[in-house]
Design a protein around this ligand. Structure first.
Ligand SMILES: Nc1ncnc2c1ncn2[C@@H]1O[C@H](COP(=O)(O)OP(=O)(O)OP(=O)(O)O)[C@@H](O)[C@H]1O
Ligand SMILES: [Mg+2]
Length: 233
C-alpha cells in the first residue's frame, strides 16, 4: 500500500520516472521498518482502533520551489540509537541488515532531498496516538501554488488541524487583519500579512506563508511531542 500510494501521488506530480522509482524504494524501506521493528514483524491478530502505521504525503514550499514530504508513522519507540545523519548509518561489512536507512540516505542525497526521524502523532484511527515519523523529502519542479487563505481562514485551519491531532485546549483570537492561536504556554502562533509567525522552543523563530498551514501544524505537533517527552523525564 505504501509503494502504491507513493507511486500514484508522485507520478501525479510528474516527477521523473527514476525519481518516483527511487521514492518507492525508500518508502518500501521505511514501511518495512515500521512492520519489522515497530510491529514486531507479525501480522496483527486483533486490529487496533488507533496507532497503526501510516503513510503521510504532503507538499510544502521550499525557497522558490516545492518539496514533497513522504513520512511513515508508527507508534513504537525507536530501537537503538535514533539516526541523525549519514555518520552513524554504516553497518559492519558482515552485517546482514542495517542497510535500509543507508539506502534512504544515499537516494535522498542523490535527488537533492533530505530525510530524518522525529516525534509526531498519528492522523488516522479513533484517537490520535503519539509516536514517530521517519521521513524523506524530494524537490518537485513545479511552483508552490496552494489555496490562498486570509489570516482568519488560515488560523482556523491551523486550529482544525491541531485539534484533529488531539492538541489543545487551543485558543483562537481574531483581530483586525490578524489572528493569534495559543497552543500551550510555550507555543503561540501569530497570523498576519498572509504569514504565520511562530517561535518554537528548540527550533527558534520562523515564518511561513499561510498556504504552508500543513507544515506549520506538523512543526507544532513535533514540538508539542518533544515538550511532552521532556516533561515526562
Ligand atoms: N520504525 C522503526 N522503529 C524502531 N526502530 C527502527 C525503525 N526503523 C529503523 N529502526 C532501527 O534502526 C535500525 C536501522 O534500520 P535499517 O532499515 O537501516 O536496517 P534494518 O531494518 O535493521 O535492516 P535492513 O533494512 O537492511 O533489512 C534498525 O535495525 C532498527 O534498530
Ligand atoms: Mg530496514
Amino acid at each position: 500500500m505504501a509503494r502504491e500510494a507513493v507511486r500514484e501521488t508522485l507520478g501525479a506530480l510528474r516527477l521523473a520516472e527514476g525519481v518516483v522509482d527511487d521514492a518507492v524504494t525508500m518508502v518500501s524501506e521505511l514501511a518495512t521498518n515500521a512492520f519489522v521493528h515497530a510491529l514486531g514483524g507479525r501480522p496483527l491478530l486483533v486490529m487496533p482502533t488507533a496507532g497503526l502505521p501510516e503513510v503521510q504525503i504532503y507538499g510544502r514550499g521550499r525557497g522558490r520551489g516545492t518539496e514533497v514530504v513522504v513520512r511513515v508513522f508508527d507508534s513504537a519507540s525507536w530501537c537503538g540509537t535514533v539516526p541523525s545523519g549519514a555518520g552513524n548509518l554504516r553497518p559492519p561489512t558482515e552485517a546482514e541488515g542495517g542497510r535500509g536507512l543507508e539506502l534512504v540516505n544515499a537516494l535522498t542525497v542523490e535527488h537533492g532531498g533530505r530525510w530524518g526521524a522525529h516525534r509526531s502523532r498519528s492522523q488516522t484511527g479513533l484517537t490520535p496516538v503519539s509516536g514517530k515519523v521517519v521521513y524523506f523529502t524530494l524537490p518537485v519542479a513545479m511552483p508552490w501554488r496552494p489555496t490562498r487563505r486570509d489570516c482568519h481562514e488560515a488560523a482556523r485551519e491551523l486550529r482544525r488541524l491541531l485539534a484533529a491531532r488531539g492538541i489543545g485546549p487551543l485558543h483562537l483570537n481574531e483581530g483586525w487583519r490578524m489572528a493569534v492561536v495559543s497552543v500551550r504556554a510555550e507555543i503561540t502562533v501569530w497570523v498576519r500579512d498572509e504569514t504565520f509567525f511562530i517561535t518554537l522552543p528548540g527550533a527558534g523563530a520562523a515564518c511561513h506563508p499561510v498556504c504552508d498551514v500543513v507544515e506549520v501544524a506538523e512543526a507544532i505537533v513535533r514540538c508539542n511531542e518533544d515538550l511532552n517527552a521532556c516533561a515526562r523525564r
